[in-house]
Design a protein around this ligand. Sequence first.
Ligand code: 9Z3
Length: 329
Amino acid sequence: MPTADQLLDNGQGVIDPDVFFEMNTPPTNLPEFEAKLEAFVDYHQKNKTRLVFITSGGTTVPLENQTVRFIDNFSNGHRGACSAEYFLEAGYAVVFMHRQFSLQPFHRHYTHNASTGFLDYLVQKDEDTIAVNPQYTEKMKVVLSKYHNATKNNRLLLLDFVTLSDYLFKLKSGTRILARLQEKAMYYLAAAVSDFFVPSQKMHEHKIQSSGGALTLTLDQVPKFLTPLVSVWASKGLIVSFKLETDANLLVPKARQALTRYGHQVVVANMLNTRKQTVTVITKSSQEVVSLTPDDLANHVEIEDRLIPQLVHIHDGWISSDATKACQQ
Ligand code: 9Z3
């Protein structure tokens, strides 16, 4: 067991990431997760394909070990699922590590839609035949062909998580497996990860009873996982983290603070209410606002259509600067 000193990394009650892994139990399906990812990474390493590891959706924070209740957040995984499609279009192989039942690439066009349910896309032709409603056929053909292209060529690996702890174990394990691709791997950390959690030793085993009266919760701060991710787990890859705020005055300063604190390459800053129209791409030496125009919006252009090519360009530079370094040695 860790000592009391190890538990607190800075006197502010935040535990060290290593301590988190010692004190929490890995998800039971971690070996299966690792086996699938190893095989996918091996395949693409041989084929020299660039790979992006996308995290997507929100993490849950259980309040009981036998979980009845948990804390969740707003994210439905639109950013991650949509980005995966544009990365595939740019020639990447995609590891899509998403919150179970959140939006998925390609499927997202037909699920989670308030006005059109899955069955609304279908018509019954005769007693034995069901077909796609002709009004949707053209668009569906395009999506289906891209989807088949990705799956046929083994370019999309879907992996999931539910809780914060699941996510963190899989993030660590996943980034370490991808590390063998060195600078050819990009880490695109779009998941909305909780900043607070209940450590398993402090958690109720059984359902919290309402007979106990009002419930007061004390949540610990989640350790800063970008520190080991940037310096150890994925040190050669291009790391793109996201910063989400609701107060516009905090957005850029907080994003810059993250870049300085962790020393990685890119922060994509976004506001909760405008995240589908505007993002700011921040690197050590640049800051660029990427926005959709009213015309773009009318034509259903997605912000990821503009964002992903920029990140691919930054990744080009990252790969070639590494090659230059290697030549100079
Ligand atoms: C993001 O900022 C994503 O863009 C969103 C996407 C979660 C806003 P949706 O899934 O939303 O399309 O509904 N992700 C990162 C959020 C986050 O937790 N960032 C941490 C922070 O802001 C840093 S890693 O402190």
